[in-house]
Design a protein around this ligand. Structure first.
Ligand code: HEM
Ligand SMILES: *[C@@H]1O[C@H](CO)[C@@H](O)[C@H](O)[C@H]1NC(C)=O
Ligand SMILES: CC(=O)N[C@H]1CO[C@H](CO)[C@@H](O)[C@@H]1O
Length: 333
């Protein structure tokens, strides 16, 4: 080959490489990849509009904060972050109706429904309910004094919401570290992510039956879980006697229940974790050093929490032309 022919071959080789890279990148965007500025052209005010709705709702009731955060978690772990948990069903067989929905508080649903209505009035038919829930989950953390972070967007709303597909996909409060790691790993989350996300229990409430096993029937030799601080156990028994009204709920973080902070980990170090699944993070040597780190260094917790929330938000997402953009978050189009 002479030099001119060689030069032309080189040019073509480059063109083909560039073309191929473009295909690969575009395929990536269309397939499972979320981006921060997804609505920059189609709904630039979406985050401001959602935040406005969230803040109004928070000013009316604090429960908005834990309810929305937990709703996001349950949405993502069942069927992926696709707002399937928000679907209402006349027959009571949608995802939210499963016994395992663990009494999701209505304020989380209400927040998303209201934010969607506000978003529809500025850019109709563009923003998914799944993205609105992801933005709102970040905003409630901020509203409680937690760290802020950028949310990746581009999720589509799912087309399946079935109570029968919930069981087995959510962690139970009786889980040990191996069981927790296993169920988080199914969602591409590491042990570090699991420990950091458990810090969400720094806000919100639990019904008495979720930890009664630690107070009244722990083992054949002791009714009370020995890893529970005795004074805290007494307080819990006073608030949650046997045969308590099932509607009674107590703060999960007795020290700073309304603040998103690292006190959850300080409670674990003081043997004041509420659920078995909380306290094992400190008693198990696999996870103890991370708990100590988060208890002593709020910056480490915040960094790990942000990273884990962004990863949680990628779980099983639908993108491109999968699913739909729901008009009303509670029903399929
Ligand atoms: C590690 C495994 C987890 C287990 C076993 C677990 C279990 C529970 C249970 C049993 C409750 C009490 C529900 C009730 O009685 O009403 C609860 C509440 C809550 N959980 Fe979790 N959870 C886990 C992880 C998470 C994660 C990853 C998040 C969010 C990132 C989260 C956020 C919350 C919030 C905010 C509440 C309070 C809800 C409210 O006040 O309405 N949890 N959790
Ligand atoms: C976990 O990651 C793999 C590889 O990226 C992906 O194929 C799978 O869908 C992810 N699982 C979930 C539940 O997001
Ligand atoms: C918010 C919500 O839909 N909660 C439901 C969770 O599941 C129970 C039944 O297991 C229903 O009674 C709740 O209404």
């Amino acid at each position: 080959m002479n030099q001119i022919a060689q030069g032309m071959a080189e040019t073509w080789r480059r063109k083909i490489i560039y073309w191929w890279l473009t295909v690969v990148i575009l395929a990536g965007i269309g397939n499972g990849q979320l981006v921060e500025n997804f609505y920059a052209a189609t709904c630039p005010m979406v985050e401001a509009v959602v935040q406005q709705t969230v803040n109004t709702k928070v000013s009316q009731t604090f429960t908005t904060i834990p309810a929305t955060l937990r709703l996001f978690f349950h949405d993502c772990f069942v069927e992926g972050c696709d707002a399937s948990v928000i679907i209402a069903s006349p027959n009571g067989d949608a995802e939210k109706d499963a016994p395992d929905n663990l009494s999701l508080a209505g304020d989380g649903f209400d927040t998303v429904i209201k934010a969607k209505q506000a978003v529809e009035s500025v850019c109709p038919g563009v923003v998914s309910c799944a993205d609105i829930l992801a933005i709102a989950a970040r905003d409630v953390v901020v509203a409680a004094g937690g760290p802020t972070f950028n949310v990746q967007l581009g999720r589509r709303d799912g087309l399946i919401s079935m109570a029968s597909r919930v069981a087995g996909n959510l962690p139970l409060p009786t889980f040990n570290v191996i069981q927790l790691n296993t169920i988080f790993a199914k969602n591409n989350l590491t042990q570090l992510d699991m420990i950091a996300l458990s810090g969400a229990h720094t806000v919100g409430f639990s019904h008495c039956n979720r930890f009664a096993n630690r107070l009244y029937s722990f083992s054949s030799t002791s009714n009370v879980d020995p890893s529970l601080d005795p004074a805290y156990a007494q307080q819990l028994m006073a608030a949650c006697p046997r045969n308590v009204d099932p509607n009674i709920a107590i703060n999960m973080d007795p020290q700073t229940p309304n603040t998103f902070d690292n006190v959850y980990y300080q409670n674990l170090v003081a043997n004041k974790g509420l659920f078995t699944s909380d306290q094992v993070l400190f008693t198990d040597p696999l996870t103890q050093s991370t708990v100590n780190d988060f208890a002593n260094n709020p910056g480490d917790f915040n960094g790990a929490f942000i990273n884990a929330m962004r990863k949680l938000g990628q779980t099983g997402v639908k993108t491109g032309n999968q699913g739909e953009i729901r008009r009303d978050c509670t029903s399929f189009n």
